[in-house]
Design a protein around this ligand. Structure first.
Ligand code: ZN
Length: 165
């Protein structure tokens, strides 16, 4: 971490409850769930307003991302061992000889390979980055760090600097 200013948000309402299973060729976890907690840290330059970035904006945008995952089963669209088929209002998942069928409205199909906390952290990073970029809110931002905890005291972290264009 470089010296300077950063803001950190890890509020109770940045949680989401979701089901998932990790699957590799030859190994699959049973379907189970977590109460995930998202943490956001933004490193930046102090703007003329005296802020790095509005806490309220970070909380609102992160909450919107969490809401899209809340009470869903997370499906990694880029998995190398899951077959995912959409059939009307159902989504069928096939792993070797096992299969699941879920209502499409109950799943969140994400562009990740595994639904690990690490890959979820990178996914949320990308979503938050896009949402901030859409609002031209990145001018004073140097780096963003996202943590995703599957339980207390056990978090995966993804961080990256913002490329200045
Ligand atoms: Zn799990």
């Amino acid at each position: 971490m470089k010296p300077g200013f950063s803001i950190h948000v890890a509020k109770e309402n940045l949680k989401f409850s979701a089901a998932h299973f990790i699957a590799y060729p030859g190994f699959r976890e049973p379907l189970h769930g977590h109460n995930y907690q998202i943490g956001v840290r933004v490193e930046g330059r102090l703007a003329a307003t005296g802020y790095v970035l509005d806490f309220g904006l970070i909380k609102r945008l992160t909450r919107e991302i969490a809401d899209r995952l809340d009470e869903r089963t997370i499906v990694p669209a880029l998995s190398d061992c899951l077959r995912i088929e959409r059939d009307g209002r159902q989504v069928h998942l096939r792993y070797e000889d096992d299969s699941f069928s879920l209502p499409a409205s109950d799943v969140a199909i994400l562009p990740i390979v595994h639904s690990s906390a690490e890959e979820l952290a990178r996914y949320i990073w990308n979503e938050l980055y896009k949402a901030l970029a859409d609002r031209n809110a990145l001018a004073d931002v140097i780096a963003i760090e996202i943590s995703v905890a599957e339980g207390p005291g056990q978090a995966a972290v993804y961080s990256s600097e913002i490329e200045t264009k």
